[in-house]
Structures are given as structure tokens and as C-alpha cells.
Design a protein around this ligand. Sequence first.
Ligand code: TYD
Ligand code: MG
Length: 461
Amino acid sequence: SAKKKTGTVSFQCSSCGYSQPRWLGRCPDCGEWNTFVEVILQDASIGPGSIMNGAVRSSAAGAGTSGTSFMSRPIPLSAVETRETARLCSGIGELDRVLGGGAMKRSAILVGGEPGIGKSTLLLQAAASAQTAGRILYVSGEESAGQIRSRADRLGLPLDRIEILCTGRLEDIARALEEVSPVFVIVDSIQTVWSPEAGSIPGTVNQLKLCAHELVCWVKERDAVLFLVAHVTKDGTIAGPKALEHLVDTVISFERNDEDVRFLRAHKNRFGSVDELGIFQMTGQGLAAVEDPSSLFIVRRTGELPPGVAVVPVFEGSRAFLVEIQALTVPSKSSMTRVYSDRIDAARVSRIAAVLEKRVGLRFSDQDIYVNVAGGVRLTESAIDLALALALYSARTDMSPPQNVASIGELSLAGEVRPVGRLKARIRAATGLGFSTVLAPEKIDGSVAVRTIKEALSAIF
Ligand code: TYD
Ligand code: MG
């Protein structure tokens, strides 16, 4: 139907909130059918909104030229300020890096992770070290003020910077935001925030959407950053509302391996890349940054190495570090063989095994293959192919690899070692940690050039 007055027509999925300019039968985001409804966006503002209305929206017209605030009139791009101060650093290096160099002001960041993984701990630490002279507000609907105080004491955090509000009522939070005018705001968790405006039952998708929307609207017009904590269910989706991911600028999530290592990753980032990996260890004094990830992901051994291990320098975002790949092969008990590998794509493992079978004549087709990565980090780069091949070869032949060997390279189906990106930095990462033999597609900085998998094998076995 036709446009009305100054409004713009948009179609929104009533199930997840995804919106786009055309009607669709099926939502591309949540996959639901017949959920698109027409909505009119009034001017450039978003949605109905009510609770924080007067106070929050009034400053929209005068909103500055930074961040993502809405403007009523176009301005020359050259007139837009880009200031260093557009970002606010939490002072937690790993978090700031994942965010793209600190949190962008006027942005909302959703922090997901399963219960108990350390979201509250991380954000309390971030609140304490936030690099701002402004006020810092920590809103908790999950814990009492006393519990938060004793956590802060246990972590040895300075108390005087952080102001705390324990409530889940949106109206109370809105009032505090107006009174305190904080520049660093944490709402822990968004699932505990509710408003009578969205019906009487807290915790519904409606509640979540309305409350998150109101809070995000607040931050869009302030030189502030907003962290929303969200618990995620076991399958990794942010509980209930995919919709929250559309409302915020950045979605980061916390994952863990089997031990006490925590990985922080951005899944959506309007202000930075999504391939930086933050690594922490949960200690008695809270989350500690892991500055040298190789220390976690390679296993230092004395004497002869066990068969089936190989080391490769990988990149996660801007950072190179070394990881150990471990392989095991056992004759299959049935005619169906299987690959058990959840840190490296099983299809990649099968492909490399097939290359070895064909090019080296080593039989894998009657073997079950197990592949693991020390430290539990997930590897997706093709640069790991050669190391994976060496680990599989060593496992299958039961021959120990020599000490201090690292290898880098993609493998073609023909068994050639192909070049990979950022080779120099990878070689330097390996030699810097005492790997004296580095097999690589090219000879650089003392690396051993290998052109085929056969050459690589004869270089070390
Ligand atoms: P928490 O931050 O409460 O997790 P979330 O907010 O994601 O639910 O962290 C909970 C776990 O971390 C808890 O099991 C205790 C542990 N922990 C430590 O090991 N050391 C510490 O210094 C702190 C504060 C927590
Ligand atoms: Mg918590």
C-alpha cells in the first residue's frame, strides 16, 4: 500500500524483528513463513517507544555528527568529525581488540555466553578499568549489591568509580540513566529487564525486544557505550530473541574449552572486523588476558615426541600463534569409517587423508580418524593443511616426528604445497618460539621450502 506522510514503508518479521524494504514469504533470518508485516517508520526515528520518550528522544534533533545518531538532514561527508575519542576503551586489552579498538560511543554491544562462563566478571573488570572520566553505571537484575561488592573485593577492583543499581525494572533504569548520565553502562542481564508496558510477564520475547530497544535508543543519542549481557542457551543461540542481534551494533560472545580458557569473539561488528579472537583464562583473580596464546596451544615435551602431533602457526585476526594438531588412526570395526574432529572441519580431514592415500600410498580408507587441537581452539585456515597431513602421516605410520618442527601450507588435491597469506609472520612466530625447522611453501627467513607433500615427508621422516 501507499506511503503515508513522511513515513517510510518497511516490512518486518513479526517473529524475529528482521526488517527489509520488500515483503517476503519467508524470513531469511529466522526462516519463519508468512511473518512479514508492513510497518511505517515515522521520519527517521525507530518504532513506537514510550517509556523513555520525553527525556530520551528530545535530544535527537540536536544530535551530533559522530556515532550512529539519526539526522534529519544530510550533511557533507567531509563535515563529519572523526575523532579518536569516538571510541571508549574498557582497559581490558583482549576485549578492546575484539571490539575493534575499544567500544564505539553511541553503540550497543550484546555480550552473549552460557551461564557461569564469566560475563559478569568480565564486565565488572571492564567497568573498573574503563578509560573515561565519566560516570560508570552497572545495572544488575541478577545479583544483589552485596554479591557484586564482594566479587569486586575478591577481584581487588577499585570500588569508587562504579555506581550500581540492582533492579530489572526498565523505568528505574531509565530514571537512573537520566540522573547519572553515565558514559559506560552495563545491563546484566537483558533477560532480567522488564517493563509493565510490555505485558505483565517478565522474560517474554516482547519484553526483551521492547526493553532492549528502549535502552539502545538511549545510547544512540549519548556519548556513551552500552553493554547488554545476554545468557545463551546450550545450542549457542541468544536465548529467545534473535531480534536482539538486529537491535545492537555489535554482538560478541564468550565460549570456553574444556578447561578454564575463555574465547571472546565478535559475530557482528558494525565498527570492526569479526575475526579477532580474545583469549582469557579464568583465575582466582578473575579473567586474565592470555597475551601469548602459544603458551596454551602448544604442548612442551621433553624427549621423543609421541606419534600423531604437528605444530602450525595460525592467525586469528591480527595475531599469529602456534597450535598443536593431534591425530590418531585406528582400524575401523565396521565397513563404514568415520572422522571424529570437532576443532577442524571433518571434510578437510577426510580430504587431506585422501591426498595422503593417493599421493603417498598410505591407506586411510579402512581407518577411523580422530583429530584434536590442543587447547580447544577451532582452526579454519587452509594454512593448516600441511601440518594436518604430517600429523595424520605420523599417526598412521606410528613414527614420531622430530622435535622443533613446525609446518605451514595449503595442500592441493595433487599433493602440492600451496602458498598461504602472511607467511613471513607465521615463520617468525615459529622460529621465535624455538622451532628450528619450519616447512613452508617458500624459502623465507630460514624456512625449508617444500613443493609437495612427498618432499615435506622426506624432509622430516
Ligand atoms: P560469572 O561472571 O558470574 O559468569 P556469568 O555472568 O557469565 O554467569 O562467572 C562465574 C564463574 O566464574 C563462577 O563459576 C566462579 C568463577 N570465578 C572464578 O573462577 N574466579 C573469579 O575471580 C570469579 C569472579 C569468578
Ligand atoms: Mg552473571
